[in-house]
Design a binder for this molecule. Sequence first.
Ligand code: F6P
Length: 322
Amino acid sequence: MMRLAILTSGGDSPGTNAAIEAVVRHARQEGAEVLGIRHGFAGLAAGDLSPLTVSDVDGIGARGGTVLGTSRDRTVGEAEGRERIATTLRRERIDGLVLLGGDGSIRHGGRSLNDMGVACVAIPCTIDNDVPETDRSLGFDTACNRAIALADGIRDTAQALPGRMFVLETLGGQTGHIALAVAETVYADLVLLPEFPLDLDYGAARMAAAVASRGYALAVASEGAGDVHAMTAYLAEAAGHRARLTTIGHAQRGGPPSYLDRRLAAEFGALAVERLLAGETGLMTACSGYHVHTVDLGWVAAGQKSPDAAAYRRLNGMEVAD
Ligand code: F6P
């Protein structure tokens, strides 16, 4: 019987548990065993793993976080850590590993496992949606929905009591995928992203114009775009209107996954198991639109994923080259 193991590395995301459930269900259906590794690569090096049955994972897909626990650690990047990982994999007779993680975990962890000759298929799990070669990573849709719900709430009060400006800060680390997607969806007046520096006087003029035309202005800022308190104060001063700041923080990363994330997790999980059972390795599950497939981990490691510059410029009222 083939023995697979599964681990979560880096920041958790809604949909990670759904992927774990899918991997276990699909593997068991195909007659393979699955061991769950606790707390990422550190747990793998420490031999902290145990079998997962279908009843262990029944219904976990509905919950945010990860039942396996995760960690941000360098174990797999260090020679001593890799030796301990190899020892665990040998001792437990693991034939293949499913790696759930974000850009850093897949880029570096996936490559290290490949170099060690460990059969591995990765599943992109991060709200940041910054993993190259896939349109979506698990958690992005849910995280966007949470921020969109808050923006909709802000709009209700903004329309009721005109004359104010609002800034909504999203998570996203040093990337702006979430903020841009949210800003486009709610027709924000301004979006501030780490990838593209924005002249705040230009931003303030846009916000002031929005207050004049629709009674309020809404900016969406990714957390990596700068000190959001200072930026909000500057916009208020320069535009001459009161500005209110809402920061979502980690509430954006938890909670139940959306239908789209659960559905994608189910497909990614089943596909990862299929590939490993077929003896394939060095892959990541990915989607193009709604089509699910796998890509080479080497392409992911070599790739970069930036927010759409044209969409950014259009939203901010800047000229877009043809
Ligand atoms: O996992 C990605 C992410 O949620 C980013 O959006 C955010 O900046 C970061 O993790 C927060 O990390 P931590 O939970 O370690 O504070």
